[in-house]
Design a protein around this ligand. Structure first.
Ligand code: GLU
Length: 294
């Protein structure tokens, strides 16, 4: 990823009291990889004398289950982590996300998109697919022209996908607490991304940016699989934060691999915190084995 002349930039952050957050998705049982990231997030909040929030990312209605949210609270407490009440639940914050979509629409930064996943998969035979990305590079040729009137956000409007129009060729930069200075070029490293889904829910990118802004999060600690999401969220934050307000700092933690080199996932039942607890593992041991604050 290389720099170019124009850039999305933010003012130097004033020193605000530290607010961190843990943000599990209740799509399965938490495992050792989550434990490491969340223990790091808690340690950084503690070291800064700050607050730590807990947010349940339960917007993926097909995969999230309430019993996994309950299990996450129990497992995180078993791990010895403490957070501020009340727990923030994304599915209870839909009005905030709708309001944010309305602001993006009013600023002309989003447009409705009726292309299907199949359309997109077909277009990806093209050579410019972003490698290893979670969301494929949306072909710029599919965008509506800038002056196309946008439909209202009524029932029908909210039952469509909406995408954020990225400023092609602009760079987005941030200095990661662990990885150092990072930069991405809009339209090359990622394209127009979903902010709203036709099932009437915000995308992860929009919900996360709105929450981090509204809850006053000053540092996001999460796995490094989300670095590319950070660039997208910084674009959203630039549009949604009050003028002059800085976005959070970011600290992306290394991911844990299994013995075969595969990233730990919720399918690794043997390393689920629940299983470790039931086999009598001492959670204090994890804290000792995780290197402090990095
Ligand atoms: N809920 C997301 C996940 O489990 C993390 C989101 C975030 O930290 O921003 O991958």
């Amino acid at each position: 990823m290389d720099p170019s002349a124009s850039a999305v930039s933010f003012p130097a952050p004033p020193s605000a009291p530290y607010v961190g957050r843990l943000a599990p998705s209740p799509t399965g049982l938490l495992h050792l990889g989550h434990a490491r990231t969340f223990a790091l997030a808690a340690a950084r909040a503690r070291a800064a004398g700050g607050r730590l929030l807990l947010r349940i990312d339960d917007l993926d209605t097909a995969r999230c289950r309430p019993e996994f949210a309950d299990a996450a609270l129990v497992d995180l407490a078993w791990l010895g982590l403490a957070w501020e009440e009340p727990v923030v639940v994304q599915s209870a914050r839909l009005p905030s996300y709708r309001a944010a979509l309305g602001r993006l629409r009013a600023a002309g930064l989003v447009y409705p998109c009726d292309r299907s996943r199949k359309d997109l998969a077909g277009a990806l035979a093209a050579p410019h697919e972003a490698p290893g990305d979670d969301e494929p590079l949306y072909p710029a040729a599919w965008r509506p022209p800038f002056d196309t009137p946008l439909p209202p956000l009524d029932g029908a409007g909210l039952a469509r996908n909406w995408r954020f129009r990225v400023p092609d060729g602009e760079t987005v930069r941030f200095t990661d607490g662990r990885l150092g200075p990072l930069v991405a070029v809009c339209g090359r490293d990622f394209g127009d991304f979903l902010v709203w889904r036709k099932d009437g829910l915000p995308s992860y990118q929009l919900a996360c940016a709105v929450d981090d802004a509204e809850l006053g999060v000053t540092e996001v600690v999460r796995g490094e699989d989300l670095v590319r999401s950070t660039f997208r969220q910084l674009l959203l934050l630039a549009a949604l934060l009050p003028p002059g307000a800085p976005p959070p700092d970011y600290h992306h933690a290394p991911l844990l691999n299994d013995e075969n080199g595969f990233r730990l996932a919720k399918r690794h039942d043997a390393l689920a915190l629940r299983t470790l607890r039931d086999t009598g593992v001492d959670p204090g041991k994890f804290h000792d084995s995780f290197s402090p604050l990095c």
